[in-house]
Ligand binder design. Structure first.
Ligand code: PGA
Length: 256
């Protein structure tokens, strides 16, 4: 609960060679044994990242998966395939997948179940667009997204799911939610999960904020009570800015 996760989402960036160049530079930085770091990379980079990062505590994540075990789903990647190469996390329901690839809450629910079955931690993304925020309907949208995503999940498995609050209006726009806005929504998520399951489960959920997190705004966000880490796109593409974020998280932990 008091460990801060810095998860870098590379999205559709970095060829294998570019990933190797990144790791080459990144290895020159000192990562503490208790720093929680995850690189969420394109499928083609995952195996090489696992190989290059073996013996370190840096984890790897996929950006998507299919919810069926295997079969005639051309172009898809199964959770079993991710599990075999040692992937630790997988994003579910990122807003870009919801927006451009029609990922639904029902699909998120099935993916979460399949990931849990194979021991990979889902990172479920939820968040509202600008219009919904202007209408003040963000909490009801999140209630729907979370309510449907957790249908039929065994309460004992619920804390395995990491929830990332990512307001769409803040993703890749340079417009971050203020630390208070981010805390307000992450606190709402915690309360919602308490209501859906129990106070004990709500308390131990790991909740991330994502949306234009950079080294210059991360500290105030990570200081918020209900925020346990950040999901970072743009600022995770350069080893030095990712390392700055890890250092900020590391200092906060020490000061706790
Ligand atoms: P960003 O992306 O940090 O570039 O805004 C965050 C995300 O989409 O996970």
């Amino acid at each position: 609960m008091n460990r801060i996760l810095i998860a870098g989402n590379w999205k559709m960036n970095k060829t294998v060679q570019e990933a190797l160049d990144f790791i080459d530079e990144f290895k020159s930085y000192k990562i503490n044994a208790d720093d929680e770091v995850c690189l969420i990379a394109p499928y083609t980079d995952l195996q090489i990242l696992r190989d290059e990062l073996s013996g370190t505590n840096i984890k790897t994540g996929a950006q998507n998966c299919h919810f069926e075990e295997s079969g005639a789903y051309t172009g898809e990647i199964s959770v079993k395939m991710l599990n075999e190469i040692g992937i630790d996390y997988c994003i579910v329901g990122h807003s870009e997948r919801r927006q451009f690839f029609g990922e639904t809450d029902a699909a998120c629910n099935k993916k979460i179940k399949k990931l849990i079955e194979h021991g990979i931690r889902p990172i479920l993304c939820v968040g509202e667009n600008e219009k919904i925020r202007e209408e003040g309907a963000q909490q009801s949208l999140l209630s729907k997204q979370l309510g449907e995503a957790f249908i039929g999940i065994d309460p004992g498995d619920v804390p395995k799911v990491i929830i990332a609050y990512e307001p769409i209006w803040a993703i890749g726009t340079g417009k971050t939610a203020s630390p208070e806005e981010a805390e307000d929504m992450c606190g709402f998520i915690r309360g919602f999960m308490s209501g859906l399951f129990s106070d004990a489960i709500g308390e131990c959920m790991s909740i991330l904020y994502g949306g234009s997190v950079k080294p210059n705004n991360a500290k105030k966000i990570l200081e918020q009570k209900d925020i346990n880490g950040v999901l970072v796109g743009g600022a995770s593409l350069k080893p030095d800015s990712l390392y700055d974020l890890i250092s900020i998280a590391s200092d906060l932990k020490k000061n706790n």
